[in-house]
Write a protein that binds this ligand. Structure first.
Ligand code: ZN
Length: 133
């Protein structure tokens, strides 16, 4: 079951600069800043109110998908994350409906246990599913 929009993620060239901008412009502070080597990114999660977050991603590995995105499309919105109650079940249901997936099973991510749907299957939008753990 899809529960809500969890976060919207943006790719940036410089994470420190972007974090500073969100703080200066909106008074928003990151709840966490982490380096995720397996995903090739440095990431910040910025909570907004009670629910919903902005995720900022800076590529740290030139071979990563995020680095390729930044190179070809520039800074901007990278993906939308929807919270689900069971990420493995949702991925299985989507696969059964013929929706193309990047992840067949959930894996650890910044937002919990996560799995990505291929943007070619979603009209050009990369969608992440996240289950809180
Ligand atoms: Zn995300």
């Amino acid at each position: 079951m899809i529960k809500r929009v969890d976060h919207i993620a943006s790719v940036v060239k410089n994470l420190d600069e972007a974090v500073e901008l969100y703080e200066r412009a909106f008074g928003l502070k990151p709840a966490c800043i982490e380096t995720l080597p397996e995903q090739g990114v440095k990431a910040a999660l910025i909570p907004i109110g009670e629910q919903g977050e902005i995720e900022l991603l800076e590529p740290i590995d030139a071979q990563s998908g995020v680095a390729k995105f930044l190179e070809s499309r520039g800074e901007g919105i990278h993906h939308i994350c929807l919270e689900v109650d069971d990420v493995d079940k949702e991925l299985e249901l989507l696969a059964a409906k013929g929706v193309g997936l990047i992840d067949k099973k959930g894996r650890p991510g910044l937002a919990g246990k996560v799995g990505f749907i291929h943007p070619k299957s979603m009209k050009g939008v990369l969608i992440e599913l996240a289950q809180k753990v």
